[in-house]
Design a protein around this ligand. Structure first.
Ligand code: DC
Length: 219
């Protein structure tokens, strides 16, 4: 029997991370935030090549190879500079190829003997796990997503101006959606969720119902 896999893709601050974490807890599945892999790559480019704005494929691959367990815990992974850089390195095809294997391995053999795996990102249902048992695509109005990000930043004690966050988010959406390799796009067979008017509880209940109904219809 193969391990059940749930693929959750979507735009930044759409609520996909919160949703994925809650579903993983509820179902006893292991959870992988694949955005962290691109953020870690970005952080290593900033560490190894601090003066460089244009990151070549060679530099980016050096950064991928320099990632350690410590990098994955670094609080600056969520900083604005790392966030913007992550979306840039994520557009480099060789970086995506270098990160495929570990994501697929996580899906196939989730850690700690978990009963299944949930991965969230931009290309999970389309590229990493095209055969996932369930695919969910999460989106929300960009202004609402920017508000959520501002709230998150303020709660962390960072400065945040709505207009700047909104502008950065629009740029990132455009970059993530228009790149030539594995662009952000809903898989044809994904369940689309618009969380603009949903709080986290409603989003969780909606996704859980979708998964349960599909499981019943497959049984
Ligand atoms: O999900 P996130 O905001 O932490 O992701 C950070 C960046 O990484 C995002 O701008 C696009 C990229 N990313 C990607 O290209 N593919 C993924 N599976 C996950 C993230």
């Amino acid at each position: 029997m193969t391990t059940p896999v749930i693929a959750i893709d979507g735009t930044a601050a759409s609520g996909k991370g919160t949703l994925a974490r809650r579903l993983a807890r509820q179902l006893g599945y292991a959870y992988l935030d694949t955005g962290l892999l691109y953020r870690a790559t970005a952080l290593m480019t900033l560490t190894l090549f601090p003066e460089q704005n244009d990151i070549s494929e060679e530099m980016a691959l050096k950064a991928v190879n320099a990632i350690t367990a410590e990098t994955m815990e670094n609080p600056t992974l969520r900083d604005e500079e790392t966030t913007q850089r992550a979306s840039k390195v994520a557009a480099i095809p060789a970086v995506r190829t270098a990160l495929i294997e570990q994501q697929r391995k996580f899906a196939k053999t989730p850690p700690d003997g978990a009963d299944g795996a949930i991965l969230d990102g931009r290309d999970i249902g389309t590229v990493i796990c095209p055969d996932a048992d369930h695919k969910i695509y999460v989106d929300a109005d960009v202004k609402v997503r920017a508000e959520r990000r501002v709230k998150e930043l303020l709660e962390r004690g960072d400065e945040a101006i709505h207009a700047c966050v909104l502008q950065d988010m629009r740029e990132r959406d455009a970059r993530d959606s228009s790149r030539s390799v594995a662009p952000l796009v809903a898989a044809d067979d994904a369940f689309i969720m618009d969380t603009t008017r949903m709080d986290a509880d409603v989003a969780f209940a909606t996704a859980l119902e979708f998964i349960s109904k599909r499981n019943e219809s497959k049984a």
